[in-house]
Design a protein around this ligand. Structure first.
Ligand code: ATP
Length: 318
């Protein structure tokens, strides 16, 4: 690591706007993903996740603002050398065998580490078959092996788990976490598999409509939210309802039972309420279902409107 980039964020976007054709996809994104962490990039279809990853990989240039990868311009030689990117469609040369693909990785990357690449594969992926004849999930494993073998400082992975069976997902996440722990690799990976991010991601970045909805450490996200479950208060004129709860992100009612996700300590009228720490999936689902809830960030420098612990009235969804 050079002095210039020592201590730099894995990815830092400052007022980042990216267009695709005439469409403004990312709109002034300001966010910092710390180095040495596994960050889950979440958001609905069309949110701008792939666009953000492609900008971080130097494949799309900003229309406005900047994006830096470990302090480097991702389009520069230094930026490209420190990063490996696996695109959503996992492009590979179908006519090469798996062994030839790995040999190509070795020839193209001076720091190639064959033992790291091998961790992504197993005996069910024969080395002598053409990549074009592998299943989608097997091709994903080969694309991830190429990325891991490069021994890059930052891995940018676009839906690496999407077409993997449950065992392969488990294997791939274990290999990625081991790489992060052993080499301090920074990993930014998009995913729709929210339940499987728990225990894997230590940071979360949520995009929606090209804007940041949430960013920060998972521990802070969980510590700053509560899940309240109890009898829904009877609506009555002049009486506080669940929609008035301070810091409310989302209220859902089923029959007489209400479940509220609130920021901060979150007290609600009526009750008794059972208060518990939500799962990461609880929190992410509530934010994705409640576009009116203000963004959340533990880092005031990030491009969200409020910070952890600042519970305010945020609206309700039944
Ligand atoms: N090659 C392209 N040309 C023009 N517009 C594009 C192109 N690729 C994506 N877009 C548009 O950019 C927006 C963001 O797309 P992007 O692929 O970044 O979203 P995403 O969050 O990765 O979605 P998904 O979860 O479906 O993969 C969408 O509205 C999409 O229509």
């Amino acid at each position: 690591m050079t002095d210039r980039t020592e201590g730099a964020a894995a990815v830092r976007a400052d007022g980042l706007s990216v267009r695709r054709g005439a469409k403004a996809v990312l709109q002034g994104v300001r966010v910092e993903v710390p180095a040495g962490r596994v960050c889950a990039l979440i958001g609905p279809n069309g949110a701008g996740k792939s666009t953000f990853l492609e900008a971080a990989a130097g494949l799309l240039r900003p229309h406005r603002g900047t994006i830096r990868l470990l302090g480097e311009d991702p389009g520069s030689h230094a930026g490209r050398a420190r990063m490996a990117f696996v695109a959503q469609d996992k492009p590979l040369y179908g006519r090469l065998t798996v062994a030839e693909t790995l040999a190509m990785g070795r020839d193209l990357n001076p720091g190639w580490r064959p033992e790291l690449a091998e961790r992504m594969l197993d005996e069910r992926i024969p080395r002598n078959v053409r990549v074009g004849s592998l299943s989608g999930g097997q091709r994903t494993r080969v694309a991830l092996a190429l990325a891991l073998g490069k021994a890059a400082d930052v891995l940018l992975l676009d839906e690496p788990l999407a077409d993997l069976d449950p065992l392969s997902r488990h294997h791939v996440t274990a290999v990625l976490m081991a790489d992060a722990a052993e080499r301090g690799t920074s990993i930014l990976m998009s995913s729709h598999v929210l339940a499987e991010l728990e225990g894997v991601a230590d940071e979360v970045l949520v995009l929606d409509g090209g804007l940041v909805r949430m960013s920060g450490p998972v521990d802070d996200v969980l510590a700053d939210h509560r899940l309240l479950t109890g009898p829904a208060p009877e609506p009555a004129p002049g009486k506080r309802g669940v929609a008035d709860v301070p810091g409310l992100v989302e209220a859902r009612t089923r029959g007489r039972q209400a479940t509220l996700l609130v920021r901060g300590d979150g007290t609600a009228p009526g009750g008794p309420w059972q208060s518990e720490e939500p799962s990461l999936e609880n929190v992410l689902m509530s934010y994705l279902r409640s576009p009116q809830a203000p963004p959340w960030s533990s880092r005031p420098a990030d491009g969200t409107a409020s910070t952890a612990g600042t519970a305010g009235r945020t609206g309700a969804a039944a």
